[in-house]
Design a binder for this molecule. Structure first.
Ligand SMILES: Cc1cc2nc3c(=O)[nH]c(=O)nc-3n(C[C@H](O)[C@H](O)[C@H](O)COP(=O)(O)O)c2cc1C
Length: 386
């Protein structure tokens, strides 16, 4: 299977480890390339103290020789710099479950009387693995002219503003909170400042856009082929992401059909075009060749400085949650995580479409695929059922 990965590692253990399978041979890859995306996951704005000590770097342990992938599984190791502070220390018991985290259900499920083993793995520290694998997918898809970008469309109680998509993406690239405009950036910074002062956390809405996709990735029906299902599952696999939509799916639900769908128009040269992209790049489970637009809702993270009502699992007495260093609002940092999981799934779908063991043979096959501009009418009607 292409771009399949398995991660292991605890938040404060020695390192995170991830193995990626199904990357073709011949893709230039080095640790600096992975570091660029890992740095985006560590944006400082909205982050907590941990971001000051984490400067992630993934070591490539297997699957790359002389700067190129070999086609063999790629093994990456991302050391937890925080580990040094924990090594050899008796770790204090953590017994008050945080509402909104895996804590309570995990302790019941695995029979723990201390939450530590659950929170060490359920922590979003693991998303560093997704981002490292996503960087490989980004490098791979980049060879085919496919790229991803994202912005924070709404944060906490700051609502979405009407900013044209391309402007929003361009501004987010230079905005500390990945906002779509200066007005939104100021409002987000203020909201985070106020939340931090109250010991609160904030969620938000992220928009991811993937450009340059060919027509025809995915297929109509089964969950394993239908791209809506695969991409939706990938997005929902990210910690704290609770909702996903393709383009304005929830607003589109209120429209009449002819106002909702993207017209199919004929160009003078026999080509078929789409003047709009309200579908967000997917129809019938298949890419249309237009930009893929995915919206995701992230809940406010569970670890708040402000105490929350809970129960101490050791004493079975009512208790208030204790604070362990945590973010106020990781929504801007989650942007690169969402781009990564989408890119990984799209890299898998493209590999299924093209087949092949080497990047060069895939590029040669890709050159034969029709692009969105090449969609033409079939010359004559056919009889399908005798
Ligand atoms: C990039 C990122 C950073 C996060 N940082 C924190 C954090 O510092 N503290 C916290 O309590 N939760 C944090 N979370 C969220 C938790 O991992 C998540 O809420 C938890 O796994 C339970 O959410 P779930 O119900 O979606 O699994 C973060 C999530 C992401 C995507």
């Amino acid at each position: 299977m292409a771009f399949r990965y398995l991660s292991a590692g605890e938040s404060h253990g020695p390192a995170l480890t991830v193995v990626v399978e199904g990357v073709p041979a011949g893709l230039p890859l080095d640790e600096d390339l992975l570091a660029a995306d890992l740095a985006r996951r560590q944006l400082k704005a909205g982050a907590g103290g941990r971001m000051d000590i984490e400067t992630d770097r993934a070591a490539i342990l297997a699957g790359v020789m002389a700067g190129r992938t070999t086609g063999a599984p790629i093994a990456l190791s991302i050391p937890n710099r925080d580990h040094a502070a924990w090594k050899g220390r008796a770790v204090p018991a953590y017994t008050v479950a945080r509402p909104g985290h895996a804590d309570l259900a995990a302790c019941v499920k695995y029979g723990f009387d201390d939450i530590r083993p659950a929170l060490e793995r359920s922590s979003a520290r693991e998303t560093a693995c997704r981002v490292a694998v996503g960087a490989i997918a980004r490098a791979f898809l980049g060879r085919f002219g496919i790229s991803a970008a994202s912005y924070v469309a709404a944060l906490g109680a700051v609502p979405e503003a009407a900013v044209p998509l391309r402007e929003a993406l361009a501004f987010a690239g230079r905005s500390p909170n990945r906002a779509p405009s200066q007005a939104q950036e100021d409002a987000y910074a203020n909201a985070i400042h106020l939340a931090r002062a109250k010991g609160e956390t904030l969620g938000g809405l992220i928009v991811c856009v993937v450009d340059g996709l060919p027509v025809g990735l995915g297929s109509y029906v089964t969950p394993g082929r239908r791209l809506d299902a695969r991409l939706g599952a990938a997005v929902l696999s990210v910690n704290a992401i609770k909702g996903v939509a393709f383009a304005d799916a929830f607003a589109n639900a209120a429209l009449e059909g002819s106002a909702c769908h993207d017209p199919i128009v004929l160009g003078g040269d026999g080509r078929i075009g789409r003047p709009s992209d309200r579908a967000g790049g997917l129809e019938g489970g298949i890419t249309t060749g237009q930009p893929l637009v995915v919206r995701a809702a992230m809940k406010p993270i569970p670890t708040t400085l402000a105490p929350q009502r809970s129960v101490d699992l050791a004493t079975h007495e009512a208790a208030q949650t204790a604070y362990e260093r945590s973010d106020t609002c990781p929504v801007p940092r989650a942007c690169v995580v969402l781009e990564s999981v989408l890119l990984i799934e799209l890299a898998a779908a493209l590999t299924e479409k093209l087949g092949g063991d080497t990047l060069d043979e895939m590029l040669a096959r890709y050159a034969l695929l029709p692009t969105a501009d090449d969609v033409r009418l079939s010359p004559a009607p056919k009889v399908f059922w005798p």
